[in-house]
Design a protein around this ligand. Structure first.
Ligand code: MOS
Length: 743
C-alpha cells in the first residue's frame, strides 16, 4: 500500500486495498441472502409459462397441502399492494399479483411460502395455471414495422436535428459529402448477470419493517416499499451493506422485495426470497436488443460533415426503460456541422428493459465507433488521426465548453503505450502461424453525474473516526473510497477510519448509479469532516472537564487528530475520554450548484486492442488491451483500476459472448442460465493495461473526480470488432462476434 495525502483537487497517488476485502474473502461480508432471520419462512416465485394472455384460474390446492407450506398467493388470492410502477420504483408499470394479465414469459404470477426453500420450490411445481393465451410479439426485427416514437430522450426530442444553416435535411448534408459510409449494427437483448442473484429478507417487528435487500439505492427501495405497502417511510429500514454486482439492475425494487414484505406482514413471520439464476432473467430487467443504422458523411481530409444515427430498441409491454443509443453517443461525441438522431422503440411481450451499465452508450458506441472505423478504412486514414481531427471542444448544439476534456491525450497516450505505430493499416496483413492478427481502437465516453449527498463524520472515544453515508458499494469500491477520503479530510491513517454504508438510516444519499457515487458522496466527506472538527473544538473549549476549557475557540486548531492550542495539544480520543462522551459528530452535505449549467461534464477514454482470429476455425481471441481514461482525479488507484478492468471485461462479453436467446414464437428466454448465457471467464480476458490521466475536474466538484463506473465498457465492443476487421478483412456488424460469423 502506498499512501500519500493530497490536497483537494490535486493529482493524487493513493492506492489502497479494499477495506472490506478481508470480510469478503472470509465470508464475513453479509449479502442480503446471508441474513438469517429467526423463524424466517421461505418464498418461491411462480412464473408465467406463456408470454401474453390472461390467467383464467390457478389450481393451488395440491401446493397448499404440500409439506411445510404456509401460504400460496396468486392474483386470485392477493397480497395487497398499492399504487403503480415506474422504472425507478418497481422497474415496470404494474405491481405483482394485482391483476391476472400476463405481459411476458417468466412474469411473477404467484408466491409460495413454506418453512424451507426446498418445500416452497417443490410446492410451486404443483401449481397449475390456465391461461387465455394470445400470440406474443417477441422479435425485434419482426416488430420494427410497428416501431413507435418515445417522444423524448434525455430531455431532448427523440428525433433531433442539429443542422448547419441552409441545410434542409441530414440527407442533403450526406448527399453533399465527399465520402460516405453507412452500416446497420445489431445486438441482442442482454442481461446484467450479477454474481449475487437478487435476494431479499423482510422482517417486521412492532410495525417496523427491516428489509435486507441487495440494492444500489437503499433510499429508492425504501420509498418504493413504503408506497406499495401503504406505510410511513419512517417505519421502513433498508439494509444493504454488500452487493455482489448491480450494473443498473439493482436500482429498481422488483417483485420479490414487494411480495416478501407483504407476505411477511400477513404471515407475521420474516420472509426470505432468493431468486434462482433463471428467475433473475425475467423477474428483473435487461438491456434492450438494438438495431442501429449509422451513416457518416466526411470530407476527404476526414472532417465529419454529417452524422446520421438511427436506432430501434426493444421495449416491453411492461414499461421500463430502453437503450437510447444515438442520444448518448452521436449527440456529442464528435464535432460535425450536421447531426441527426432518431430513436424509436419496439414494444414487445418480453421482460422489461432497465438501465444496464452505460445504458445507451454501450450499444451506441458499438455502432458509431464501428462506423468511424469503416470511414477510416474508406479514407485510408489512421483511425486515431480521424478521431483527433473530429475531436469536439464544445458540446455540439449547446456551445458550452467541457469542464475538463483530455480525450486527445487519451488517444496519444494510449497509442504510445499500446504501440499503435507498429500497425500496418492494411487488413489481413499480419499472420502468425494459424492466427490472423489485428489491432483496433475506439473511443469511450460517459457523462459525469452528480447528485446531492450527505455524510456523517463521528470522532469516537476509542480513537477511530466513523465516516458513514447511505450510499452503496456494488463491488465498486465505495467502502474504500470513503475511508480514503475520510483519511485525507482528517489527516489520519486509513486504518483509523471506520466506514459504514448501505443502510437507509445513515446520512441521506441516493445511492450508486449513473457513475455518480464518488463524485456525489466524496465532496460531502470534506464538508462533514470540517463540521465535525468544529464540533470537536466547541466541545473542547466549553466543557468544564476539558483540558482546553476556556481557551478561545479561535486559538484552537485541528491537526491530524489532535487539537492544538498555544502550548497544549490533546488527541481527540483523550479529549472525549476526559469529558466522558463516546463521540462527537456532524453531518455535511454537498450538491451541484447553479453554476453547473455553464459546462458539460463527461468522462472520456480510448481503448486499443489486439486480437487474433484462427484461420481455420474463426475463433476470435484477445491478446491484450490498453485503456486510457480521462475521469478527473482518481481517488483510489487500485479500486479505480478494478472498475475500468471490469468495464472492459463487460465489453468483452458484449463483443464476443453475450446474448439472450428470446424464442420468437414463445417469448421465452431459452438460455436463462450461466451455462448458456455466456459471460467472459478468466480465459477470455487478456492482460488489460489501465492508465488514468488524472486531470482533476474541479469545475465539477471540489474533489475533481468524475465517474468511472461505466465509461470503461463504452467502445470496447467496437475496438474489438475493429481489430477483428483489421485481422481478417471481415466487418461483422452483428454482436456477439462468434466464430461462425468469421468462417
Ligand atoms: Mo448504472 S446502469 O446507472 O447502475
Amino acid at each position: 500500500m502506498t499512501m500519500q495525502n493530497a490536497a483537494p483537487g490535486a493529482a493524487r497517488t493513493v492506492s489502497v486495498s479494499r477495506v472490506d476485502g478481508r470480510l469478503k474473502v472470509t465470508g464475513g461480508a453479509r449479502y442480503a441472502a446471508d441474513h438469517l432471520a429467526e423463524r424466517a419462512a421461505h418464498g418461491y416465485l411462480l412464473l408465467s409459462t406463456v408470454a401474453r394472455g390472461t390467467i383464467r384460474s390457478m389450481d393451488v390446492a395440491a401446493a397448499e397441502r404440500a409439506p411445510g407450506v404456509l401460504a400460496v398467493y396468486t392474483p386470485f388470492r392477493k397480497l395487497e399492494l398499492q399504487g403503480g410502477g415506474n422504472p425507478f420504483s418497481v422497474g415496470h408499470s404494474w405491481l405483482p399479483l394485482q391483476d391476472a394479465e400476463v405481459r411476458y414469459h417468466g412474469q411473477a404470477i404467484g408466491l409460495v411460502v413454506a418453512e424451507s426453500f426446498e418445500q416452497a420450490r417443490d410446492a410451486a411445481a404443483l401449481v397449475s395455471a390456465d391461461y387465455d393465451v394470445r400470440p406474443p410479439a417477441a422479435s425485434l426485427p419482426d416488430g420494427i414495422a410497428q416501431a413507435t416514437d418515445p417522444g423524448r430522450v434525455n430531455g431532448e426530442p427523440s428525433v433531433l436535428d442539429l443542422l448547419a444553416e441552409g441545410v434542409g435535411t441530414i440527407d442533403e448534408a450526406l448527399a453533399a459529402s465527399e465520402v460516405t459510409v453507412s452500416g446497420t449494427y445489431t445486438q441482442p437483448l442482454k442481461h446484467h448477470s450479477a454474481m449475487e442473484p437478487h435476494a431479499t429478507v423482510a422482517v417486521w417487528q412492532d410495525d417496523q419493517l427491516t428489509l435486507h435487500n441487495g440494492t444500489q439505492s437503499a433510499s429508492l427501495t425504501l420509498g418504493t416499499i413504503a408506497a406499495a405497502l401503504g406505510v410511513e417511510p419512517a417505519r421502513v429500514r433498508v439494509i444493504s451493506p454488500h452487493v455482489g454486482g448491480g450494473f443498473g439492475n439493482k436500482i429498481a425494487t422488483w417483485a420479490h422485495p414487494l411480495l416478501a414484505a407483504a407476505a411477511a406482514r400477513t404471515l407475521g413471520r420474516p420472509v426470505k426470497i432468493v431468486l434462482t439464476r433463471e428467475q433473475t432473467f425475467t423477474i428483473t430487467g435487461n438491456r434492450s436488443a438494438v438495431q442501429q443504422t449509422v451513416t457518416l458523411g466526411a470530407r476527404r481530409d476526414g472532417t465529419l460533415v454529417a452524422v446520421k444515427h438511427q436506432a430501434y430498441s426493444s421495449q416491453s409491454t411492461s414499461g421500463g426503460t430502453f437503450e437510447a443509443s444515438p442520444h448518448t453517443t452521436s449527440r456529442y461525441l464528435y464535432r460535425s456541422e450536421n447531426i441527426h438522431l432518431d430513436q424509436k422503440i419496439v414494444t414487445l411481450d418480453i421482460p422489461p428493459p432497465t438501465w444496464m451499465r452505460a445504458p445507451g452508450q454501450e450499444s451506441g458506441s458499438f455502432a458509431l465507433e464501428t462506423a468511424l472505423d469503416e470511414l477510416a478504412v474508406k479514407l485510408r486514414m489512421d483511425p486515431v488521426a480521424l478521431r483527433l481531427r473530429n475531436n469536439a471542444t464544445v458540446y455540439p448544439g449547446r456551445n458550452v465548453p467541457w469542464s475538463s476534456k483530455h480525450l486527445d491525450e487519451c488517444y496519444r497516450v494510449g497509442a504510445q503505450r499500446f504501440g499503435w505505430d507498429r500497425r500496418d493499416p492494411a487488413p489481413r496483413s499480419v499472420v502468425r502461424g494459424e492466427w490472423l492478427v489485428g489491432m483496433g481502437m475506439a473511443t469511450a465516453v460517459y457523462p459525469a453525474e452528480r447528485f446531492p449527498a450527505s455524510v456523517k463524520v463521528r470522532f469516537q472515544a476509542d480513537g477511530d473516526v466513523a465516516v458513514s453515508s447511505a450510499t452503496a458499494d456494488l463491488g465498486t469500491g465505495m467502502w474504500t473510497v470513503l475511508a480514503v477520503l475520510g483519511s485525507e479530510a482528517l489527516g489520519l491513517p486509513v486504518a483509523r477510519i471506520r466506514t459504514d454504508l448501505g443502510d437507509s438510516t445513515l446520512a441521506t444519499n441516493i445511492g450508486a448509479f449513473g457513475s455518480g457515487a464518488t463524485a456525489s458522496t466524496g465532496p460531502a466527506v470534506a464538508v462533514a469532516a470540517e463540521a465535525a472538527r468544529t464540533e470537536l473544538i466547541t466541545l473542547a473549549v466549553t466543557h468544564e472537564r476539558s483540558p482546553l476549557h476556556g481557551v478561545p475557540a479561535a486559538d484552537v486548531r485541528y491537526d491530524r487528530g489532535d487539537l492544538v492550542a498555544p502550548e497544549r495539544r490533546i488527541g481527540f480520543a483523550a479529549l472525549l475520554q476526559a469529558v466522558g462522551v463516546t463521540g462527537v459528530e456532524a453531518t455535511g452535505s454537498a450538491a451541484p450548484g447553479p453554476e453547473h449549467g455553464q459546462h458539460a461534464f463527461t468522462s472520456f477514454g480510448a481503448h486499443f486492442c489486439e486480437v487474433r482470429v484462427n484461420r481455420w476455425t474463426g475463433e476470435p481471441r484477445l491478446t491484450r488491451i490498453t485503456t486510457v481514461i480521462d475521469g478527473g482525479a482518481i481517488v483510489n488507484a487500485k479500486t479505480a483500476r478494478s472498475q475500468i478492468s471490469g468495464g472492459v471485461i463487460f465489453g468483452i462479453g458484449q463483443a464476443l459472448l453475450e446474448g439472450a436467446q428470446v424464442e420468437p414464437a414463445t417469448g421465452r428466454i431459452a438460455n436463462a442460465n450461466l451455462a448458456e448465457y455466456l459471460l467472459p471467464v478468466n480465459a477470455d480476458v487478456p492482460p488489460i493495461d489501465v492508465h488514468f490521466l488524472d486531470h482533476p475536474d474541479t469545475l465539477f466538484n471540489p474533489l475533481g473526480a468524475r465517474g468511472i463506473g461505466e465509461v470503461g465498457t463504452v467502445g470496447v465492443a467496437a475496438a474489438i470488432g475493429n481489430a477483428i476487421h483489421h485481422a481478417t478483412g471481415r466487418r461483422i456488424r452483428d454482436l456477439p462476434i462468434t466464430l461462425d460469423k468469421l468462417l
